[in-house]
Design a protein around this ligand. Structure first.
Ligand SMILES: Nc1ncnc2c1ncn2[C@@H]1O[C@H](COP(=O)(O)OP(=O)(O)OP(=O)(O)O)[C@@H](O)[C@H]1O
Ligand SMILES: [Mg+2]
Length: 295
């Protein structure tokens, strides 16, 4: 494809809901449908990066994704960071991303203080790694990933982001850069609060940044055949009445494929959840205007 890639972000600030598993397998399903995918691991934990066999990239010396996010002079270095995987290209996470929340928070404060408080801005700058006063423009921190992705010189059909398990600058920057969210949630009671907080976070971001964020759907994950699981799926369907709620069963094969460094589509044993991930990929294709003919 030439032109802008469709972008989506797999997000839920609650830990362990299946963001990484869903992101890798949706990427695998999109690849299966003939789409070119760039997988972006913005989670400082680097689970997807390591899972996709790119542990060396996680430990690589600068410049890394951290620098492309926080130093305008290093934006174009993003092209040198992209790694090949049999199913997708990968923009890997790196251990330096552990500094990104701090750095982007400083940048945001410098942005808010503006030119009225030069001493405070100078003090903040002295605490930063890459951020300089002259870099800052309105909305600098929230635009960091959007700007870094704009510097990518390759054409992709999709850019798919695996986001970290916390509310913060990296998650906000991921949602801002994509304006489309896919939400994996466990079928357990604690998911209710997680979903309510996510809805609030997205609403606040929409207002603050002047954007509209679309929900692609919810992936009820690790579903088992109990009445509690059924009740939670019903709750997801009620809260997201206008959106699809897909059900991914608890399957050890998903963990095995992850350990083998691939999605279930490139894994050597068939897994019965392939149909669900293909359905999610088909829904993405419909939403972003890819037709069967463009396969
Ligand atoms: N449907 C499933 N069946 C069985 N195991 C699963 C399933 N989905 C995820 N898992 C396992 O659950 C664990 C957490 O999943 P995963 O790492 O994808 O969650 P996450 O939301 O990305 O976590 P974090 O919040 O730490 O980023 C992993 O060990 C993963 O293999
Ligand atoms: Mg994860």
């Amino acid at each position: 494809m030439t032109g802008e890639a469709a972008r989506l972000c797999v997000t839920n600030a609650k830990g362990g809901t299946g963001k990484t598993t869903v992101a890798i397998n949706v990427a695998g399903a999109l690849n299966e449908r003939g789409r070119d995918v760039l997988f972006v691991d913005i989670d400082p934990q680097g689970n997807a990066t390591e899972g996709l066999g790119l542990a060396d990239a996680y430990d690589r010396a600068p410049p890394t994704l951290f620098d492309t996010l926080t130093d305008p002079a290093k934006r174009s270095a993003v092209n040198d960071l992209i790694e090949s995987h049999e199913e997708m290209d990968v923009l890997p996470a790196n251990i330096d991303l552990l500094h990104a929340e701090h750095e982007l928070t400083i940048a945001d404060l410098m942005d808010k203080l503006g030119s009225n408080h030069p001493e405070a801005v100078q003090a903040l700058e002295s605490q930063a790694i890459n951020t300089k006063r002259e870099h800052i423009s309105s909305g600098y921190a929230i635009r960091a990933l959007d700007t870094a992705l704009a510097a990518i010189e390759y054409d992709y059909d999709y850019i798919l982001i695996d986001s970290p398990p916390f509310y913060g600058k990296l998650t906000d920057a991921s949602i801002f850069a994509t304006q489309n969210v896919l939400i994996p949630a466990l079928t357990e009671a604690t998911s209710e609060r997680a979903i309510e907080l996510l809805i609030e976070q997205v609403a606040a971001l929409e207002e603050h940044a002047g954007i509209t964020v679309d929900t692609i759907g919810v992936v009820a994950n690790r579903v088992e055949q109990t009445s509690e699981d059924e009740m939670m799926v019903d709750w997801f369907n009620a809260v997201f009445a206008d959106h699809p709620v897909w059900e991914v069963r608890k399957r050890v094969a998903l963990q095995r494929a992850f350990s083998a460094g691939t999605s279930i589509f490139a894994y050597d044993q068939p897994v019965d959840m392939e149909a669900v991930f293909l359905e999610i990929a088909r829904a993405c294709d419909r939403k972003f205007g890819f037709t069967e003919e463009t396969l």
